[in-house]
Design a protein around this ligand. Structure first.
Ligand SMILES: Nc1ncnc2c1ncn2[C@@H]1O[C@H](COP(=O)(O)OP(=O)(O)OP(=O)(O)O)[C@@H](O)[C@H]1O
Length: 278
């Protein structure tokens, strides 16, 4: 069996504030894949990730990790297997970056033989060094004294410090400049195989260029899931955002890929071709 986790959502429905925000969501993660979750604001991406992290109990449906109910797993087993980086992660304490990373290591250390001394690999799974997130110069700096993007990279380092089998990262690139956003997506892509990666990302170009599969959520429903090429061609993203996306670079799956969004009406008016559905 692959060390990377197989996560399955089966007919998951979630109500928040008395309102359904996820409707009958079924999604199987392929062990070792990188799945990008995209969709408009309020479409349910964070909610879906919280369900996957067992941070939120669905009103209906089941979440399975390697075929067994995730909720039935002991908390410490879940903490070992699942690394969850919430949106806008904030530490309770004004730690240094090095202390935050150490805290992340300790999250998994109790369950690892001999603890985690740090390094490039634990139990055969990669633990990226701080330099991979351009944090080596910031290790002694306190979180409150960092810029938003620097803090976001420190938060990702915290999530990656213990070697999990499933990484759930909610908008890790939201406050990053384009070079750091690209570096983070490449880093997450490099973890594929060793772990299963789910990343919520707003930049469709980044999602299409790096993920094995893309899932489009809209109105709490899964509108499409498949390879970047298939999802772009399906028109699901066009419908979700009310825009017309078309690939600008020659091939989806290479960088740089830009998707040129235009208001759906404008694409017709200026003769641009709308991607074929299928
Ligand atoms: N605690 C809550 N109580 C009531 N409604 C909530 C709560 N949390 C989220 N919602 C609603 O659930 C829906 C889905 O929210 P969610 O945070 O999952 O969206 P999202 O796709 O992650 O959005 P964004 O792109 O803005 O981060 C939204 O309509 C939101 O207003």
């Amino acid at each position: 069996m692959s060390e990377a986790a197989a996560l399955g959502l089966e007919h998951v429905t979630v109500h928040l504030g008395g309102r359904p925000v996820l409707h009958d969501l079924s999604l199987d993660l392929v062990p070792g894949e990188m799945l990008a979750l995209v969709g408009p604001n309020g479409s349910g991406k964070t909610t879906a990730l919280r369900v996957m992290a067992s941070a939120l109990e669905p009103a209906a449906g089941r979440v399975l990790l390697d075929g067994a109910l995730l909720a039935d797993r002991a908390r410490r087993m879940r903490a070992r297997d699942v690394a969850y980086l919430p949106q806008g992660f904030r530490s309770h304490w004004n730690l240094t970056v090095a202390e935050l990373i150490r805290l992340g290591r300790e999250r998994g250390a109790g369950w690892l033989p001999g603890g985690v001394a740090g390094g490039a690999s634990v139990r055969g799974r990669p633990v990226p060094p701080p330099a991979a997130l351009d944090l080596d110069r910031l290790l002694t700096r306190r979180l409150d004294d960092l810029s938003g993007g620097e803090r976001a990279r420190a938060a990702l380092a915290w999530a990656l410090a213990a070697p999990a089998r499933l990484l759930l990262a909610d908008e890790p690139t939201a406050s990053l400049d384009i070079a750091h956003a690209l570096a983070v997506m490449r880093l997450l892509a490099s973890l594929r195989g060793a772990m299963t990666v789910v990343v919520v990302v707003h930049d469709l170009g980044l999602a299409l260029a790096h993920a094995d599969r893309v899932a489009v959520l809209d109105g709490g429903r899964l509108r499409a899931v498949g390879t970047p090429r298939a999802v772009l061609a399906s028109g699901a993203a066009d419908d979700a955002f009310g825009l017309s996306f078309r690939p600008v670079a020659a091939a989806v799956g290479t960088w740089p890929v830009a998707v040129a969004p235009e208001p759906a009406g404008a694409a017709v008016a200026d003769g641009a071709e709308r991607p074929k559905r299928g």
